[in-house]
Write a protein that binds this ligand. Sequence first.
Ligand code: SF4
Ligand code: SF4
Length: 522
Amino acid sequence: MRTETSPGAADDARTASPVAVQWFDRRPAMSARAPVVSGPKPVPPAPGDEQEQEIYEVRRKIYPRAVHGWFAGWRVFFVLFTQAIFYGLPWLSWNGRQAVLFDLAARKFHIFGLVFWPQDFIYLTALLVIAALTLFLFTTIAGRLWCGYACPQTVYTEIFLWIERKIEGDRIARMRLDAAPLSSRKVALKAAKHGAWLALALWTGYTFVGYFTPIHDLGIRALSWRLEGWETFWIVFYAFATYGNAGWMREQVCKYMCPYARFQSVMFDRDTLTITYDPGRGEPRGPRSKKTDRHAKGLGDCVDCQVCVQVCPVGIDIRQGLQYECIGCAACVDGCNQVMDKMGYPHGLIRYTTENALAHGYDARTIARRVRRPRTVIYTGVLLAILSVTAGALALRNPLKVDVIRDRASLAREAAPGIIENVYRVQLMNTDETPRRYTIRAEGLPGLRITGVEQPIALRAAEGRPVALRLQAPVEPSAEERMQGEAPGELGPGAHKIEFIVQSVEDDKVVRHEKSSFIVPR
Ligand code: SF4
Ligand code: SF4
């Protein structure tokens, strides 16, 4: 078994920061999992000794080593899957327009056949609740799956690392390059890497803005330097954030900036699957040759090769126990399994397992059975209920939206002797993908009549339009009505409840009833 030696060999021996271990050890639920770590015990300070402790840890650059295996394959899959969606969606067309377009100027969100208006804010709320509950559920079952496989920070760091490896080489080559004095080769490699990073970051910024303005048109205007100010700002801002976070900040975003890392432990319990080093099997650790009989020598399965540390993108040693820096990417699982293969030992010295499984020796079946527990059942039940209600509401969604606003600027007036007139602004919104015609009528008072608008009113697909109309009502019966004895009562001064009924000509089931009031002046 070959162990790497390099200018950064000291870095290989890096373990979790004392701060992280202290943080971990303070938590009763997780501290029970801390394995016994071999090595000299810290000497307690003598009374009177002055101890100075750094508040901030100086960052040591991490050079993650490439790793292959089952979980690395899943990470690649999720990178390709999420990025195919992100980069591909804005280029799809639907009914002659961009399939997914968040048109902020027109206040319309197009998502394939659905058009959402500000009035549909409830669906956005439902989406956020569903996303949060899904995150809670998966975190309770299997820890930081989101962080390890699908979080944009992880995904873009993976892509940027891949570019870095292609240009500068794997871990040792990159360490040597950084340690080498300035040369034309070093400048060329660094320039190529940063050039590729910046190109990808700019493309990412362009794609992001392409969700808010038609992307074809955006591309044409970008090439002819005719972008609007807000478009330029957001392309550059998003590109800068991508380049900075994935190229430079990397694990620091997860360690110091991401709030999720701080509170995810409250979702963990003793049956949550986490990436765990099995100290019962691995300790006492120590180097040996492949032919050594480890049992005869009293050694555990850990050959202390540091591969699990070298592949870790956040630079921790999982053998120190679960630490909040661990993003659950399982790179150490793949790395260790490769070592186990070379040594002829079984896989799984580092593996997905639970605190209870480790303590009681549960098999995979028992671990799977214990996924069903009150917390996961409640999350699943609430999630399914919200999903069903949201799906039902979307399926039964009325494609017609109506807002009626009485024109407060023009007071009620007498349009003719005995006829009072109020002015309204009716906002019609056709959220359908087909054009429709609508009629408007008003009910609630005798003799109500709509004037000032030509009916039916035609709206194009996904069009919203304000319609100004006048509503007239007689306040006293006419002489003719009195004579015929069918005169309705007089309409006294004040506000009277009325209702507007807007109906589709093509489909009479598409109808909206909107309440309003009709004012009769004194
Ligand atoms: S990769 Fe496995 S064998 Fe090597 S140090 Fe880590 S836990 Fe031990
Ligand atoms: S300890 Fe293992 S799972 Fe955690 S971040 Fe490092 S490599 Fe990924």
